[in-house]
Design a protein around this ligand. Structure first.
Ligand code: SF4
Length: 208
C-alpha cells in the first residue's frame, strides 16, 4: 500500500471505530481549555479533569487565577505533576492575557506560542478546538503511529505534522487528531503491541 492508500484506509477505519470523537479534557471556554491543555503535559486526561473540576470551581478566569496565586494553585494542581513549573506558567500566562490581550486568549499561533509554557502542540489544540482553525497537534501517540505506519519516519514532531497534513484532508484534521489519540491509547502502546489484534496494522501487513 502506498501512503495515499494507507491514509484513505486509516481515515475510514478511524471513522468506523470512533465515529464521534471528542477531546476528553473538560473545559467551558477558551481560557479553561488553555489551562486544561497546559496541565495535561505528562499527565492523563482523567487526572486533569479531576483537578480542573476542583480548580474551575474556585478559579476559571485569568483574574481568578492571579488572585488565587502560584502557591495555592500549586497545591490544587499537584496531582498533575510538574506543579511548580505548571503553576508559574499558568499564572504568568493569565497575567499576560490580562495585560496584553484584554483578558481574552489570543487567537493566532504566534501570540499563543509566545505565552509561557505554550508550545506548538498546545497552541494547535487551542486553535483547532476553540478557534476552528485547521491544526494538527501531534502528541506521542500520533508520532508513534505515524512512524509505525511508515507515514513519516521521524522523531521530529513538526516534520510528522507537516507530512500528516499533506496526507489527510484539512477538514478531517480536527477529528483525526482525537481519533488517532484514541486509537493509540486503545491499540498502540509504546512497548507491547499485537498486530493480530490491531485493525490497521493487520490490514497493512496483508497488503505488503
Ligand atoms: S500493530 Fe497496532 S499496536 Fe502495533 S504498531 Fe501497528 S498500530 Fe500500533
Amino acid at each position: 500500500m502506498n501512503h495515499s492508500e494507507k491514509s484513505k484506509f486509516i481515515l475510514s477505519k478511524l471513522n468506523e471505530l470512533f465515529p464521534n470523537p471528542q477531546i476528553e479534557l473538560n473545559f467551558s471556554d477558551t481560557f479553561t481549555c488553555l489551562v486544561a491543555v497546559m496541565l495535561s503535559a505528562q499527565c492523563t486526561d482523567v487526572v486533569v479533569n479531576t483537578v480542573t473540576h476542583k480548580l474551575f470551581n474556585i478559579a476559571k478566569t485569568p483574574q481568578n487565577i492571579i488572585d488565587l496565586g502560584e502557591d495555592r494553585l500549586k497545591s490544587i494542581i499537584l496531582p498533575c505533576g510538574f506543579f511548580n513549573v505548571k503553576s508559574k506558567h499558568i499564572v504568568d500566562t493569565a497575567r499576560i492575557i490580562l495585560e496584553k490581550h484584554g483578558g481574552q486568549v489570543p487567537s493566532t499561533f504566534a501570540e499563543l506560542e509566545a505565552l509561557p509554557g505554550v508550545g506548538h502542540k498546545t497552541a494547535s489544540v487551542i486553535m483547532g478546538q476553540c478557534f476552528n482553525t485547521p491544526a494538527f497537534p501531534v502528541d506521542t501517540h500520533i508520532a508513534r503511529l505515524a512512524n509505525r505506519w511508515d507515514l513519516e519516519k521521524s522523531r521530529n514532531v513538526r516534520k510528522i505534522e507537516d507530512s500528516l497534513k499533506k496526507l489527510f484532508p484539512v477538514d478531517a484534521w480536527k477529528s483525526l487528531h482525537v481519533q488517532l489519540i484514541l486509537y493509540g491509547r486503545k491499540f498502540c502502546p509504546a512497548k507491547k503491541h499485537v498486530v493480530e489484534n490491531c485493525p490497521i496494522c493487520l490490514k497493512f501487513s496483508e497488503n505488503i
